[in-house]
Design a protein around this ligand. Structure first.
Ligand SMILES: Cc1cc2nc3c(=O)[nH]c(=O)nc-3n(C[C@H](O)[C@H](O)[C@H](O)COP(=O)(O)O)c2cc1C
Length: 301
């Protein structure tokens, strides 16, 4: 018998735990032309802001020896642009739709949530952790008490299931996760990118206009895994693990550490269909081990 990879995330049924991470798959359209995106559990949209943003100037992506650094700066069509132009197709693709929302002020978040309340999708992923936006972005996800305020106010008006995306740059990731749960989040996802830096030695200056940028990919996996493990141990709400997942073994590690679902980001830049390969790898491994249901291995470590 084929193993079951179905998983319930805060009342949303995912056909399997594999989800495309925000900012690494657009709104799914281009990926759908390359592989059967409908076989995945979910897709997270690019981080939206209330108004459209052109993103940051200068270099936006920089390769490192074990991952990439990015300073895209939330380039996006804005919430109204998303609803009009991207949402209808994203909804039709098949996987659960997760809408990622960023902001520069609490009012931005609240107005974005109000507009999004008018459309149907599965989960709102509240991005309080973007390191690449000046004045705001990550600030909301570093200090627990600031995060508490955003989550409380968003929760009070948000009609969707709410998953808060945590920053690994937080002063205390476990305290931050607990506070999201206390304020009514239905789940958390972690981690976003790590604040990092690269210097162009020829020019003798930082590569990025904003000096610092977000590091993702294989380099961050062991740290992300540790954080997911720490957080999943203490929360009762579900955890989505993100950070450097490139192989089915990586995905299995996050699930064993307690994640109910996992997001694949940077790995798709090397092979856009990698999430399907991870899915197939997980399936055949489960079959060979006699694991009938993915939930059997969740949190066993
Ligand atoms: C180019 C790029 C753009 C990203 N944009 C967003 C975004 O808009 N919102 C967000 O919450 N995370 C964003 N992220 C973070 C990813 O969703 C993910 O949390 C992070 O890259 C770690 O996972 P990975 O190592 O599998 O890439 C972005 C990452 C990259 C590489």
């Amino acid at each position: 018998m084929k193993p079951s990879l179905e998983t319930d995330f805060a009342g949303v049924s995912l056909k399997n735990p594999l989800v495309l991470a925000s900012g690494t798959c657009g709104f799914g359209r281009e990926f759908d032309e390359i592989f059967e995106i409908s076989r995945l559990g979910g897709i997270c949209s690019k981080g939206l802001t209330l108004k459209a943003r052109p993103g940051n100037e200068g270099i936006r992506i920089w390769e490192t020896s074990a991952g990439v650094m990015n300073s895209v700066g939330l380039e996006n069509p804005g919430v109204p642009g998303f609803i009009a132009e991207e949402y209808p197709l994203m909804r039709r693709l098949g996987p659960a739709v997760i809408v990622n929302l960023g902001g520069h002020s609490i009012d931005d978040y609240l107005q974005g949530v109000e507009l999004l309340n008018a459309v149907e999708f599965d989960i709102l992923e509240l991005n309080i952790s973007c390191p690449n936006v000046k004045a705001g972005g990550m600030a909301f996800g570093v200090k627990t008490e600031i995060a508490r305020d955003v989550v409380r106010r968003v929760r009070s008006i948000c009609k969707h299931r709410l998953m808060v995306k945590l920053s690994p740059n937080a002063e205390d990731i476990v305290a931050l996760a607990r506070c999201c749960q206390e304020e009514g989040a239905d789940g958390v996802s972690l981690v976003n990118t790590f604040l990092a830096m690269a210097i162009d030695v020829q020019k003798r200056k930082p590569v990025f206009e904003n000096t610092y940028a977000g590091l993702s990919g294989p380099a961050i996996k062991p740290i992300a895994l540790r954080m997911v493990h720490q957080v999943a141990k203490v929360l009762t709400i579900p955890v989505m693990g993100v950070g450097g997942i490139t192989t089915w073994q990586d995905a299995a590690e996050f699930i064993m550490a307690g994640a109910r679902a996992v997001q694949i980001g940077t790995a798709s830049f090397i092979n856009p269909a990698i999430s399907l390969e991870i899915l197939e790898g997980l399936e055949s491994w489960m079959e060979s081990q006699g694991i009938a249901d993915i939930n059997e291995i969740r949190g066993i470590v």
